[in-house]
Design a protein around this ligand. Structure first.
Ligand code: FPP
Length: 262
């Protein structure tokens, strides 16, 4: 259930024991949700390393670019299902600072997909209360993309659910930038670094998912993942559905998080 929504229907209230039971259930549900941060699973912020587009293409005997196109379809499905997931923020690793090492043609394909995705889906973001956020050094991208993104940031700024997209993102670079800013402003502490990360205005990271069977972080959210839970799945990114995200959230709900305590 989203923040602030009542857990039971109001108006047209029927009287009697059924109605009372309905209200009691609603209150219990609301209390449980308050204890877990607004959802049954308790996660507010999930991040995903979307991996396996190339292997999906190979497996399906289609060009690599088609794998990336299908990857965007997975992104779209997930963003459309966000509201019902009870999350405040979804962060997606779309283009790393190391992805520049890929062939020019593939980089151009990925940038073309990014342009089309933002242009096509922006009205839907606005309508569905999705706030776009970019992490990473995105100002190094082509100037038309930077302009398009800044326009989208502005037009979605009142949205409640955050879709954070990592573009030209490298976690070590982000930490170095944050530490330099912290030093400039005073003391370098874990708190001052956290406050200067690109993610400073996002909720703490609860769950980090990687698809395609690879088990590594690849320079993604290294600082933010200090106490987050990890979930690795063999599903290739183009095959990843909202049901797979629900399965990951169900797994998260069963974890005991101790944050170093006991
Ligand atoms: C990894 O697959 C995926 C990427 C490098 C990019 C992820 C990008 C998308 C899903 C599309 C663009 C996203 C947006 C938001 C427009 P891979 O190519 O490394 O796959 P492989 O390891 O199987 O070769």
């Amino acid at each position: 259930m989203k923040n602030g929504a009542l857990p039971f229907r109001v108006g047209n209230a029927s009287a009697g024991p059924d109605r009372e039971a309905e209200l009691r259930r609603g209150v219990a549900e609301a209390m449980a949700e308050a204890a877990t941060g607004g959802s049954e699973h308790g996660a507010r912020h999930v991040a995903i390393i979307m991996d396996g587009n190339g292997r999906w293409a190979k497996r399906n005997h289609v060009p690599r670019a088609v794998g990336h196109q299908r990857g965007v379809e997975s992104v779209r499905r997930l963003v459309r299902s966000l509201e019902g997931m009870g999350l405040d923020c979804l962060t997606l690793y779309a283009f790393s600072s190391e992805n520049w090492k890929r062939p020019d043609e593939e980089i151009a394909d990925l940038m073309g997909l990014l342009r089309r995705f933002v242009k096509k889906d922006l009205p839907e973001f606005i309508q569905n209360g999705v706030r776009l956020k970019i992490i990473g050094d995105y100002r190094q991208l082509d100037s038309d993309i930077v302009e398009m993104l800044e326009d989208a940031l502005e037009r979605t700024r009142d949205g409640k659910t955050i879709l954070a997209v990592a573009l030209n993102y490298g976690s070590q670079q982000e930490i170095a930038r944050a530490a330099a800013k912290a030093a400039e402003n005073g003391e370098v502490t874990p708190e001052s670094i956290t406050a200067n990360l690109d993610t400073a205005d996002l909720p703490p990271l609860d769950l980090l998912i990687r698809t395609s069977g690879e088990v590594r972080l690849s320079n993604f959210l290294l600082w933010q993942a200090a106490y987050s839970e990890m979930y690795f799945t063999d599903v290739l990114w183009p095959d990843f559905t909202p049901e797979h995200l629900e399965a990951a959230l169900a797994s998260f709900a069963n974890r005991e998080r101790r944050f170093g305590g006991r």
